[in-house]
Design a protein around this ligand. Structure first.
Ligand code: FES
Length: 105
């Protein structure tokens, strides 16, 4: 695992995401309210929908993304689908330093 520079924070739309290419599949880097940043594999635990195209809501530990395909909510901090749905998607560590976003992959 190593820290990879993603982009300046301002280049990720607020309540949106940016996709980072990775050899194991795309990773979605989300920017939630309060400029908290999260990263998940860009594949919904339901049927693989692009979470990066979903709407981000909530903040901090309650930040979630709603999948654009069938509306599942996925917890951005844990990668778990919110009840009553079940499943989870791989999560990655992120950090913001001097307004630059980093991803641990
Ligand atoms: S693929 Fe995401 S809710 Fe169905």
């Amino acid at each position: 695992m190593a820290w990879q520079k993603v982009c300046p924070l301002e280049e990720i739309p607020l309540l949106g995401a940016r996709v980072v290419a990775h050899e194991d599949g795309a990773i979605a880097v989300f920017r939630a309210d309060g400029d908290t940043v999260f990263a998940l594999r860009d594949a919904c635990p339901h049927k693989g929908g692009p979470l990066s195209q979903g709407i981000v809501h909530g903040s901090g530990e309650s930040a979630r993304v709603t999948c654009p395909l069938h509306g599942w909510n996925v917890d951005l901090d844990s990668g778990h689908a919110c009840a009553p749905d079940e499943g989870c998607v791989e999560r990655y560590a992120t950090k913001v330093e001097h307004a630059v976003v980093w991803l641990e992959v």
